[in-house]
Design a protein around this ligand. Structure first.
Ligand SMILES: *[C@@H]1O[C@H](CO)[C@@H](O)[C@H](O)[C@H]1NC(C)=O
Ligand SMILES: *[C@@H]1O[C@H](CO)[C@@H](O)[C@H](O)[C@H]1NC(C)=O
Ligand SMILES: *[C@@H]1O[C@H](CO)[C@@H](O)[C@H](O)[C@H]1NC(C)=O
Length: 406
C-alpha cells in the first residue's frame, strides 16, 4: 500500500520531470539592487534560469512557526495536534463570482511559469473558486492589515519552487492591497527579497531543494542529512514558511547530489522517503534548538500534490491536469492522502516549539484544474505540479493569514 503510493508519487515526478523550476546560481554572490522589481526583472530571472539548465537547482522551503499561534486551537501547536474547533483544511470549493483576489495582469511578481492567462490559458473558471471550510468561514485576506501587523518585519519562504509559487502569490496579494505602494528588491544566489517600503515589510524567498545541505566535496556533491547551514540565514527572519519534498524522489540528470551522508556513512543512494524523513527530523531539531518563539513565527507548508494521473481522482489513466476546468467535489480524495503527509505530521509533532502546519494537501488535491499544464511560458510541456497565479496558492496564503489573526 505504502510502496504503491510511493511509486505513484515517484511516477508523477518522473512524468513531470521538469516539474521543478531550476533556480540560477549566478557567478557572483554580490547582492544586486533593483529600484523596483518589475516584470523585466522577473523575465530576466526566468531567462537566465532557462539558459542554465545544468546549474544547480534549488527547492523552496516554506515553514513558519509562531508563538502567537500557541493559543490556537488548530494545526500543530507546541508539538501536538490539538482537536480542531473548526478544521480550516477540510471543506469544499464553491464558485464565487468575486474571485480571483487580484488581476494577474497587474501583478509584477508572477514568474512566467505561473502566469497562465498571459500564456494562453483559455478557460477562467479555475480563478473563481473560494475555499469554504466545514463549519466556519475563511477570513478575507486583508493585505493592508497584514502589512500593518508585520510593519518592520521580515517574512521568509524557504524551500523549493512550490515555496516560490506561494511567495509570488503572497507578493501579489500584498501588492493588490497597496497597488501604488513603493517596492524595492534584491537578489543574491539563494535569496530574493522584495520590500514594501511604506511598511518596511520585507518578503523573501530562500532557495533550497532539501532544507539540509548539499556540499561539494572531492567525491562530488554530498547531500548531508544531518546538516543545516542555511539555518543561519533563516534566523534573520521574523516569520518563516518552510517546505521540502518534491526533489527527494528525483533521479537522473536533475538529481542535485551524487552521494548521501547519513551520520558517518556515505551512501550512493538510499530509500528516498526515509532520507526525506531523516532530513525533516534534522530540520525539526534545528527548529527546536534555534527558534526563539518570542520573536519568530514558523509555518510548515504541507505537501503540495501533483495531478498527472486521472485515476487518482476517479478519471481515466490517460487524463492529467491538462484540460481540467473544475475542482473535484468530494469529501475524500480517491487517490488517498499523500504518504509524506504522515511523515510531516509525525516530525512536526516532535517539535516542542510552536510550528503551524499549513495542511494544504487535501484542499489542493481537489484542484486538478488549477495547474498551469502547457500554459506556463517556458519549456514545461505539461506542468501538473505548480499552480497558476492568480489561483490556488492564494488560498494557502489566506489560510496563513487566518492563522496569524486568530
Ligand atoms: C458537491 O456535492 C454536494 C453533494 O453531492 C452538492 O450538494 C453540492 O452542490 C456540490 N457542490 C458543487 C460546487 O458542485
Ligand atoms: C525596517 O525594519 C528593519 C528590520 O526589518 C529595521 O532594522 C529598520 O530600522 C527599519 N527601518 C525603518 C526606516 O524603520
Ligand atoms: C538591498 O541591498 C541594498 C544594499 O545592500 C540595501 O540598501 C537595501 O535595503 C536592500 N533591499 C532589500 C529589499 O533588501
Amino acid at each position: 500500500m505504502k510502496a504503491t503510493a510511493d511509486r505513484r508519487l515517484h511516477e508523477q515526478l518522473v512524468d513531470g520531470s521538469l516539474l521543478l523550476i531550476p533556480i540560477p546560481f549566478p557567478q557572483k554572490s554580490h547582492p544586486s539592487f533593483a529600484p523596483s522589481l518589475g516584470l523585466s526583472f522577473l523575465i530576466s530571472l526566468s531567462l537566465s534560469m532557462g539558459s542554465k539548465a545544468h546549474s544547480r537547482f534549488g527547492p523552496l522551503l516554506l515553514r513558519y512557526v509562531s508563538l502567537a499561534l500557541a493559543a490556537s486551537s488548530w494545526g500543530v501547536t507546541a508539538g501536538r495536534l490539538s482537536p480542531p474547533a473548526c478544521d480550516l483544511f477540510r471543506g469544499t470549493w464553491a464558485y464565487d463570482e468575486s474571485y480571483p483576489l487580484y488581476d494577474s495582469a497587474s501583478c509584477p511578481f508572477i514568474r512566467r511559469e505561473f502566469d497562465c492567462l498571459r500564456y494562453g490559458r483559455p478557460d477562467e473558471m479555475y480563478l473563481k473558486y473560494r475555499w469554504i471550510p466545514n463549519g466556519c468561514d475563511l477570513p478575507r485576506f486583508d493585505g493592508r492589515d497584514l502589512l500593518e501587523r508585520w510593519r518592520g518585519k521580515k517574512i521568509m519562504f524557504v524551500g523549493d519552487s512550490l515555496s516560490l509559487n506561494q511567495f509570488n502569490s503572497f507578493l501579489c496579494l500584498l501588492h493588490a492591497a497597496v497597488p501604488g505602494g513603493r517596492t524595492s528588491s534584491n537578489r543574491t544566489e539563494v535569496l530574493t527579497a522584495v520590500r514594501f517600503e511604506d511598511y518596511n515589510v520585507t518578503v523573501m524567498y530562500y532557495v533550497t531543494h532539501y532544507l539540509v545541505d548539499v556540499v561539494r566535496e572531492k567525491i562530488g556533491r554530498v547531500l548531508k542529512l544531518d546538516s543545516i547551514q542555511g539555518g543561519q540565514v533563516w534566523l534573520g527572519a521574523d516569520v518563516l514558511i518552510f517546505n521540502t519534498w518534491h526533489w527527494w524522489p528525483t533521479r537522473g540528470p536533475a538529481q542535485a547530489w551524487d552521494f548521501i551522508q547519513d551520520g558517518k556513512k556515505i551512501l550512493k543512494d538510499m530509500d528516498r522517503t526515509v532520507a526525506f524523513s531523516k532530513a525533516l527530523t534534522t530540520w525539526a531539531r534545528w527548529a527546536d534548538s534555534s527558534i526563539n518563539p518570542a520573536t519568530t513565527k514558523v509555518f510548515y507548508q504541507g505537501v503540495s500534490p501533483s495531478h498527472y494521473h486521472g485515476q487518482d481522482w476517479g478519471g481515466s489513466y490517460r487524463e492529467s491536469c491538462s484540460g481540467q476546468t473544475q475542482p473535484l467535489n468530494a469529501s475524500t480524495y480517491p487517490g488517498g492522502p499523500a504518504p509524506q503527509e504522515a511523515i510531516v505530521e509525525n516530525v512536526l509533532g516532535t517539535i516542542s516549539k510552536p510550528v503551524y502546519l499549513l495542511d494544504i494537501t487535501f484542499l489542493s488535491q481537489l484542484r486538478k484544474d488549477a495547474h498551469p499544464s502547457k500554459y506556463n511560458g517556458v519549456h514545461f510541456q505539461n506542468d501538473c505540479s505548480h499552480w497558476c497565479l492568480a489561483g490556488l496558492p492564494d488560498t494557502w496564503n489566506q489560510l496563513m493569514y487566518a492563522a496569524v489573526i486568530r
